[in-house]
Design a protein around this ligand. Structure first.
Ligand code: ARG
Ligand code: ZN
Length: 845
């Protein structure tokens, strides 16, 4: 059953307040609710409550039994049977957290009770209007003998076997949370700008206390940053974070009680890599920032998901840039955007940032809603300027605090704050697909003319596309390498449009789309010499990196298609960057990184060539070998230079380690793994330990080290996820499916833990040549696993089907095998709505 944005209708009843009592028991939890409903004068009708997998014990209206209709998904009371004024609905239901393997609603993880209600999980807890535009004030009583009992808001009362919490801020049900368990806390404090003293806690299982300090610091920095940057203060006396091992996503912004996948909060140098630290800092910030962008101002309906997610991702990106390096962060963002969002936008799952219909909303927590949603905020800011951006945000917060709103409301705040018409800009929310931007240049009499043409290819359901508003940041570099025109933002609104730069002496080289100022594919004719020139001289770090990237891509494509060996100029350009001590090591590491195999497959496909995964893999290995040999004298030197002292997970330390490990990965191709083995055995941190192991595995070495790693960390779930994932990700193509299959029979493998499942079966499609290896063993294996997982956890199963979204790129044999795998999944009786929707969209029928 498809739900459409255009069918939105206000609810028949609003909620004023909610009192819930939970009598916790693994299979027989009782939930007693007392809800004050207020009829909606503007839309009178039946009382419609959602409810799934609930056993109804009793229900009354103002204390009396009334007629009601109850089925698998709803409880309905006819308008005629209801008071036409505020009334109290009371109900008692029974639920079974222990058998809840979908990890949605109230469930158990390692003996601990926890919840995940976004998007539509609250309906598995009790009968309720489970929609974000219905907001209520919650009071929650938790009854259990477990020592720690938590819910949203402020603590009111604590007694023997119970605790009461009250959240004064009206909220939609998706922000409800409850946690109960044997937990220990890492405490902290924060005083807000206006002087509110806030108690902070990170709650973990005993044994994990020593992995909380970094997260706590990230939380305090986030709280300060939101005050300084957006003028947003925290609004309760307490802020709790809980780490949970079994969790479908990264984390959840429940009011005053954020719940995290333990992989996104627990950190120590022994067990977490630099990338883990960076991600943890970003996710803590993200969930905290939701307190204003999501919680105080929420979404009217789930089509508006990007209202809170795009904006909050943008905010966490800026925070991370401020904490670390904007240049490095921006390149990492673009890498992720291209790898995930462009891939989605250019295939059968393409959808607008604000979708117009869905079957299962959980299938729309996508790179498009999140990452492209964030790009839209960045473009808006670039177009109107920093000051106007802040003014618009202030107006939005002031105008809509306490409301459930839409993208139109968001844009209107900026129109009113700036006097600008944003109607064309709004297309970014409704039009799917990645725009292609072609540019041509001419130069005469000191005038450079740049002529741009934009077009967006058709996407499912959207054959015709209109021109978008594109902010194109451009700078000019003179022939001697100096910047002659600083960054200027060209505002393109037409299908084709020219811009001129006057008063130039000699012909400059244009640096176009600086800082990746719009999420488009830039098509520009450019020879290798010009690319190398910009790689050497551009002042914009993103474009500088981009030039190295394009050189690498051209080199790889020539290797794949014509067996052309890498040009000396390219190798020299890379050497120049590698050995340039004036450049940030993190940046040098990014330039040294080669385009991934999936990226190359898409590039070939776009050029009209059917990609051959094995050939792509071999070419990339060949180039790695050429680089290693060409840089052989520099590699050991840089490897030593980048040695860090005591481990500090900051930008400086992680940048050095990133460069050191990129170098090591090449060095390992020359020294039979000597340096990597040495580093593996003496590393005192996970970044270098796992990095050394990865370098060995990528070179077809490291059997012993892999075993030692597994032995050493067998008691640490999060580190063992790395052990599982590395072997699959770095298996030789012909062996990948076998490795994944064998690991699925390992005693420590379990489908019930999403992190572990993803470690194996998320890593498998990540091994491009392995996943697409001739014969299709990996396709069939993944299909089997999706079918099996679907019976336990539809949400995570549906997410895994995305691995097949690129199937149309490949040859007829592979397409037929993937089609068969998808058809087989779809034919499974009892298949969830989640997976059915995904498979149907991917097949495109
Ligand atoms: N709102 C959460 C976040 O962005 C994501 C939760 C999504 N959960 C889900 N089941 N769809 O941090
Ligand atoms: Zn979010």
């Amino acid at each position: 059953q498809t739900i459409f944005l255009r069918d939105y209708e206000a609810p028949h009843h609003w909620v004023r307040d909610v009192a819930l009592t939970f009598r916790l028991a693994p299979r027989t939890t009782r939930v007693i609710s007392r809800i004050t409903f207020v009829p909606n004068e503007l839309n009178r009708g039946d009382l419609v409550l959602n409810g799934e997998e609930l056993q109804l014990i009793a229900a009354t209206v103002d204390g009396a039994i009334v007629n009601m209709e109850v089925d698998d998904t709803h409880l309905r009371i006819a308008s005629a049977d209801l008071p036409q004024k505020p009334f109290v609905f009371e109900a008692e239901v029974e639920i079974s957290p222990e058998t809840n393997t979908a990890l949605e609603g109230l469930y158990m993880s390692n003996g601990m009770y926890c919840t995940q209600c976004e998007a539509e999980g609250f309906r598995k807890i009790t009968y309720y209007p489970d929609r974000p535009d219905v907001m209520g004030v919650f009071t929650v009583r938790v009854e259990s003998d477990l020592p720690v009992l938590l819910s949203n808001g402020n603590p009111v009362e604590r007694g023997d076997g119970f605790a009461v919490w009250h959240d004064p801020w009206p909220k939609p049900a998706y922000l409800f949370a409850l946690v109960a368990g044997e937990l220990v806390n890492h405490p902290g404090r924060f005083t807000t700008a206006s002087g509110r003293d806030v108690e902070l806690n990170i709650w973990v299982r005993p044994g994990d206390e020593d992995k909380c300090a970094f997260g706590m610091e990230a939380l305090r920095k986030s709280m300060k940053w939101d005050e300084d940057t957006y003028g947003r203060e925290y609004d309760l006396d307490i802020f709790n974070i809980v780490a949970v091992d079994d969790f479908n996503m990264g984390a959840m912004e429940n009011k005053g009680l954020n719940i995290f996948n333990s992989s996104c909060v627990l950190a120590s140098k022994e067990t977490s890599t630099d990338a883990n630290f960076e991600r943890i800092e970003g996710i803590i910030a993200h969930e905290y920032f939701h307190n204003w962008t999501g919680n105080r101002i929420t979404c009217r309906d789930w089509f508006q998901l990007c209202l809170k997610e795009g904006l909050t991702v943008y905010r966490d990106q800026m925070f991370s840039g401020d904490m670390r390096s904007h240049a490095v962060k921006r390149i990492e963002e673009v890498l992720a955007l291209r790898a995930r969002q462009f891939r989605e936008d250019n295939g059968p799952l393409a959808h607008p940032v604000r979708p117009e219909s869905f079957v299962e909303i959980n299938n729309f927590y996508t790179a498009t809603v999140y990452e492209k949603g964030a790009e839209i905020i960045g473009m808006l800011r670039r177009l109107i300027g920093d000051e106007a951006y802040r003014k618009g945000c202030d107006l939005y917060f002031e105008r809509h605090d306490g409301e459930a709103v839409t993208i139109e409301d968001w844009l209107k705040a900026f129109e009113d704050a700036t006097g600008r018409d944003l109607s064309q800009f709004a297309r970014w929310y409704s039009q799917a697909g990645t725009p292609r931007l072609k540019v041509s240049e001419s130069f005469a009499e000191g005038r450079l003319t740049l002529t741009f043409a934009q077009s967006t290819p058709p996407t499912p359901g959207q054959p015709d596309k209109a021109p978008q508003v594109l902010p194109i940041a451009v700078g000019l570099i003179g022939p001697n390498g100096d910047e002659v025109v600083e960054t200027r933002v060209l505002e393109m609104t037409e299908a084709t449009q020219s811009f001129t730069f006057d008063g130039l002496g000699a012909r400059p080289v244009a640096s176009i789309l600086r800082d990746f100022s719009a999420p488009v594919i830039l098509e520009r004719e450019m020879d290798a010499a010009t690319r190398a020139f910009l790689l050497a001289h551009d002042t914009d770090p993103f474009q500088k990196w981009e030039m190295g990237r394009m050189l690498a891509k051209d080199t790889l494509v020539a290797l794949i298609l014509e067996d052309t060996p890498p040009a000396r100029d390219y190798l020299d350009a890379i050497r120049a960057v590698l050995t340039d001590d004036s450049l940030d090591p993190a940046f040098r590491a990014l330039v040294l990184g080669l385009p991934g195999e999936d990226d190359l497959a898409q590039t070939l496909f776009d050029a009209g060539v059917t990609p051959d995964p094995q050939k792509i893999h071999d070419a990339r290995e060949t180039l790695r070998g050429s680089l290693a040999r060409h840089l052989s004298d520099a590699l050991p030197t840089v490897f030593r230079q980048m040695e860090t002292g005591a481990f500090v997970p900051d930008a400086d330390g992680s940048g050095k380690r990133a460069l050191r490990l990129s170098v090591l990965s090449l060095l390992t191709l020359l020294d039979a793994g000597k340096e990597a083995k040495a580093l593996f055995s003496k590393a005192d941190n996970m970044t270098e330990q796992a990095g050394a192991l990865a370098a060995l595995l990528a070179a077809g070495l490291g059997e012993e080290e892999l075993a030692a790693f597994g032995q050493m960390w067998r008691h640490d779930r999060l580190v063992m996820d790395k052990w599982f994932a590395l072997q699959v990700a770095l298996a030789a193509p012909a062996r990948a499916a076998d490795v994944a299959r064998d690991l699925s029979h390992h005693p420590d493998f379990t489908m019930k833990n999403p992190n572990r499942f993803r470690a194996v079966f998320g890593a498998l499609p990540g091994n491009h040549a392995g996943f697409h290896h001739a014969g299709g063993a990996a396709y069939a294996l993944l299909a089997d696993q999706i079918i099996a997982l679907d019976a336990l956890n539809p949400q995570t199963a549906a997410r895994m089907t995305g691995a097949f979204e690129t199937w149309r790129r490949y040859d007829a044999d592979r397409q037929a095998m993937i089609r068969a795998a998808l058809e087989r999944i779809r034919a499974k009786t009892g298949l969830s709505r989640d997976v059915t929707e995904m498979v149907t969209r991917i097949l495109g029928d």
